[in-house]
Design a protein around this ligand. Structure first.
Ligand SMILES: NC(=O)c1ccc[n+]([C@@H]2O[C@H](COP(=O)([O-])OP(=O)(O)OC[C@H]3O[C@@H](n4cnc5c(N)ncnc54)[C@H](OP(=O)(O)O)[C@@H]3O)[C@@H](O)[C@H]2O)c1
Length: 229
């Protein structure tokens, strides 16, 4: 988990939630400059301050901003909002995201049946994101199968693969580097269309959590040699 001075600044849209806070904490510990975004600046600052209290000395402090300012101040954005807020959030931030990579973590869960695959109209949240944002934004889908339960425990090893898909292979590679920086194994998982399958695994995992009485079921792909293991 070693960061360098060349690391991109990362903004987490909806970064006050469980998934966004977890990712933000891990990247900050890895030396990345992190901005937590929120609809409320004061909430963003408060959540950033909570995480800063847990960050090792010498690591960059997380900052809090409103979502638009966060996006305007970063090189890579991570979207962690409930599916119900996905379209409206992207429409608000569309201009600020142009020219950047957006990593969509959103899973199109439709309560109350969150343990059942329910495809959205556009088949995947990240495909809908690409449609809303246009070709000026490189949308990559990742982390949908990683429970926040893993990420909000100090020092825990995250025993998960992260399937990373997107239509721009350079953007995919950049996101895989971000995955590896926080101790997980990122795998190229093809074009953004494959997000239909990857997002759909999450309700399956939620069902398994319930069935087996756990909170963090995840996935591991076998048969691929890993250079870091
Ligand atoms: N939690 C997990 O374990 C997990 C795992 C994999 C994938 N995911 C996916 O990651 C996304 C975030 O999950 P989460 O558990 O972190 O969600 P969450 O805590 O319910 O929400 C995250 C943030 O989204 C913002 N938000 C909520 N309602 C909104 C609205 N109507 N309009 C705009 N912003 C709104 C809130 O930020 P502000 O109030 O500060 O604006 C909130 O803190 C979801 O799509 C989820 O399916 C979650």
């Amino acid at each position: 988990m070693v960061g360098t001075e060349n690391n991109p600044t990362i903004a987490i849209i909806g970064g006050t939630g469980a998934e966004g806070r977890g990712l933000g904490f891990l990247w900050a510990q890895a030396g990345y400059s992190i901005i937590l975004g929120s609809r409320s600046v004061s909430k963003a600052i408060a959540r950033a301050s909570d995480l800063n209290a847990r960050i090792d000395e010498g690591k960059p402090s997380l900052r809090g901003m409103d979502n638009l300012a966060a996006v305007q101040s970063c090189e890579v954005s991570i979207l962690t909002v409930p599916y119900q807020a996905h379209k409206s959030t992207l429409l608000e931030l569309r201009d600020g995201l142009q020219g950047k990579i957006l990593v969509d973590v959103t899973v199109p869960l439709i309560p109350p049946e969150v343990d059942r695959v329910q495809l959205p109209v556009g088949l995947a949240a990240s495909l809908e994101a690409q449609e809303i944002l246009g070709s000026g934004v490189r949308v990559v889908a990742a982390f949908q199968n990683v429970s926040a339960e893993h990420m909000n425990v100090d020092g825990s090893v995250i025993d998960c693969d992260v399937l990373v898909c997107g239509d721009d292979s350079g953007a995919r590679s950049e996101v895989i580097r971000l995955v590896q920086a926080i101790g997980m194994s990122g795998l190229h998982a093809g074009p953004l269309a494959n997000a239909v399958a990857i997002e759909s695994l999450t309700p399956v995992l939620i069902g398994m959590n319930k069935r087996y009485g756990v909170k963090n079921a995840g996935i591991r792909v076998t048969g691929i040699p890993r250079s870091d293991e």
